[in-house]
Ligand binder design. Structure first.
Ligand SMILES: NC(=O)C1=CN([C@@H]2O[C@H](COP(=O)(O)OP(=O)(O)OC[C@H]3O[C@@H](n4cnc5c(N)ncnc54)[C@H](O)[C@@H]3O)[C@@H](O)[C@H]2O)[C@@H](O)CC1
Ligand SMILES: Nc1ncnc2c1ncn2[C@@H]1O[C@H](COP(=O)(O)OP(=O)(O)O)[C@@H](O)[C@H]1O
Ligand SMILES: [K+]
Length: 504
């Protein structure tokens, strides 16, 4: 039965993401509705359809099947392709326990249809390899036999299609479970889309991401996260025709210590490009701002004393931390207490992590319902959580949520599959962006752009989270549209600006 097969990544559509427990709940409900074996038949059939559509010239197909129902999906797929005249070989790994009933039925049907069973093929002997080893049932790092088949899949020198999850990848977190896992060309996620496909190691292991709901409805469980799509990210109000610079907010960039002024200039430039009405640069160094290379002409310079005045701060958006250095902490108490809108990045986050009084003030700010956005990369998040980068990366969704709750803030945990978390509700995972952004200064651009968008939105409902979603999404979009090499921070601002031409 043909059902609802769609490409998710690369793509621009928002989607609900369900982790292991929610996927199991939806699976139980869908199985009860559809009847035994029906879902597996749909899964295997859709996998075969995808293989034929995506690799129409693949004649020789190897399907590596594991001992559970993921293997069952592979067996149904193998039978379908065999019946359509493809030259199919299956390697079936029997596990420690008994093969589940659905997978046994799929095995019996494949045998009866005359599918060939055998060992892993020699390199170059197939046109398409299928990873149906393990899916949702992975509860430990791949064992020796599975690892040998993972190696054989990679050795095939053919595209690899993973069913449901690339073997070795955790559904909830996107962490690899052991030494290594399958690095697929494409993954067909079944029934639900799993968050782990989109963040941490997920993107490198999943490749293109396809999705079949297997004809089921997803009302069985609330989503654990949401994939950020274009519609949601672009949903910003148009600038009123009669708007003037005073209507789009005053923004202060606080940072730029000696030797690090470039970071503050980048953030200020990005804030102007994102639509802030007036941008001031309060540098921690003495250099006149117009002497700084690349500083936009519209930028205004103030010393940091101006940022200690509550009345100035009461209407201002402050982006603090870009190139702030070790003196950052001394400048933060007033903005934390009084700024209407506050973005903390880089050295401002490090100061909060290092100085308990600042952390206490930030928590109090959250209790007072003054909005804040924190934009840590994983190491900065680890410092704030008093944990390690490894622990943060092991569960990025949980780390972002923990910070959001602790500080009553919107948190952007940066990196592959940036996570945007708020104290309540499911976090978002960004679908755009790539390692072209992995170069110095791109984080300063993100913080500045986010602040600029937020300043222009002012006190609109949910403005902090909306600005964060738009900034993160557009930042990644610019990288997705860039050439094959690194995108340096200066060009990133221009690319983000250019991308607004085709969006509201
Ligand atoms: N039950 C159903 O109706 C459906 C099942 N589906 C498929 O079924 C999968 C889940 O099936 P299962 O729950 O049987 O789980 P899996 O097939 O993912 O794996 C379970 C089996 O693998 C073994 N195992 C787990 N971790 C291992 C490791 N690290 N090394 C070696 N062996 C390991 C377990 O002991 C068990 O035998 C989904 O991912 C999906 O592909 C979907 O087609 C939807 C419908
Ligand atoms: N591999 C990647 N995939 C997607 N985005 C990335 C990747 N590497 C870096 N980025 C993005 O680039 C930016 C880098 O920010 P950061 O680490 O703070 O650097 P800096 O402070 O030097 O500007 C973040 O927005 C991050 O999400
Ligand atoms: K798999």
């Amino acid at each position: 039965m043909a059902v609802d097969l769609r490409l998710v990544l690369p793509g621009t559509t928002a989607a609900p993401l369900h982790g292991l427990a929610a996927s199991r709940a939806i699976e139980a409900q869908a199985c009860a509705r559809a009847g035994d074996f029906t879902l597996m038949l749909r899964a295997g059939t859709d996998a075969a359809r995808l293989a034929l559509a995506r690799w129409p010239h693949a004649r020789r197909v190897w399907v590596a099947c594991g001992p559970g129902n993921n293997g069952g999906d592979g067996l149904v797929m193998a039978r379908c392709l065999h019946q359509l005249g493809r030259q199919v070989t299956v390697t079936h790994l029997s596990g420690r326990g008994t093969v589940p009933a659905d997978a046994q039925r799929a095995l019996a049907q494949a045998v009866q249809a005359g599918v060939t069973f055998g060992d892993a093929p020699a390199p170059g002997a197939v046109d398409l390899a299928v990873d149906a080893l393990l899916g949702l049932g992975q509860d430990r790092p791949p064992g020796e036999a599975v690892l040998a088949l993972i190696d054989a899949l990679h050795a095939c020198q053919a595209p690899i299609l993973a069913l449901d999850l690339p073997t070795g990848l955790a559904a909830d977190s996107g962490q690899t479970l052991g030494e290594h896992g399958v690095r697929a060309s494409a993954t067909l996620s079944l029934l639900t889309l799993k968050p782990g496909l989109f963040t941490a190691d997920g993107r490198d292991h999943a490749g293109e991401i396809w999705w079949s709901t297997l004809g089921a409805t997803l009302d069985g469980a609330a989503p654990d996260a949401l994939l950020l799509g274009a519609d949601e990210a672009r949903r910003l109000p148009p600038r009123p025709h009669a708007g003037h610079k005073g209507a789009f907010g005053d923004l202060w960039v606080l940072g730029g210590a000696a030797g690090m002024q470039g970071a503050a200039v980048l953030a200020a430039h990005a804030a102007l490009a994102a639509g802030a009405g007036r941008v001031y640069l309060a540098t921690l160094a003495d250099t006149a701002v117009h002497a700084l290379p690349g500083a936009p002409a519209a930028l205004m310079h103030r010393d940091t004393h101006a940022l200690r005045q509550p009345e100035r701060l009461a209407a201002a958006t402050v982006v603090a931390g870009c190139g702030g250095g070790g003196d950052m902490g001394a400048e933060l108490p007033a903005p934390i207490r009084h700024a209407a809108r506050l973005v903390l990045d880089a050295d401002a986050l490090n100061a909060v992590a290092a100085e308990p009084a600042l952390a206490t003030a930030l928590v109090a700010r959250g209790h007072a319902a003054r909005p804040t956005v924190l934009t840590p990369h994983p190491l900065e998040a680890a410092r704030l959580l008093d944990s390690s980068t490894r622990a943060v990366q092991a569960d990025r969704l949980a780390a972002a949520r923990a910070l959001a709750r602790r500080f009553g803030a919107v948190v952007v945990l940066k990196g592959s599959g940036s996570v945007i978390a708020t104290p309540e509700g499911p976090p978002w995972i960004n679908a755009t962006g790539n390692a072209r952004l992995a170069s110095a200064g791109t984080g300063d651009v993100l913080a500045g752009w986010l602040g600029g968008r937020w300043a222009a939105l002012g006190d609109a409902t949910d403005a902090a989270a909306r600005a964060a979603r738009e900034a993160v999404w557009r930042h990644g979009l610019a990288a997705d549209r860039a050439g094959p090499h690194v995108l340096i921070a200066d060009s990133l601002i221009e690319a983000m600006l250019a991308s607004t031409a085709d969006a509201a």
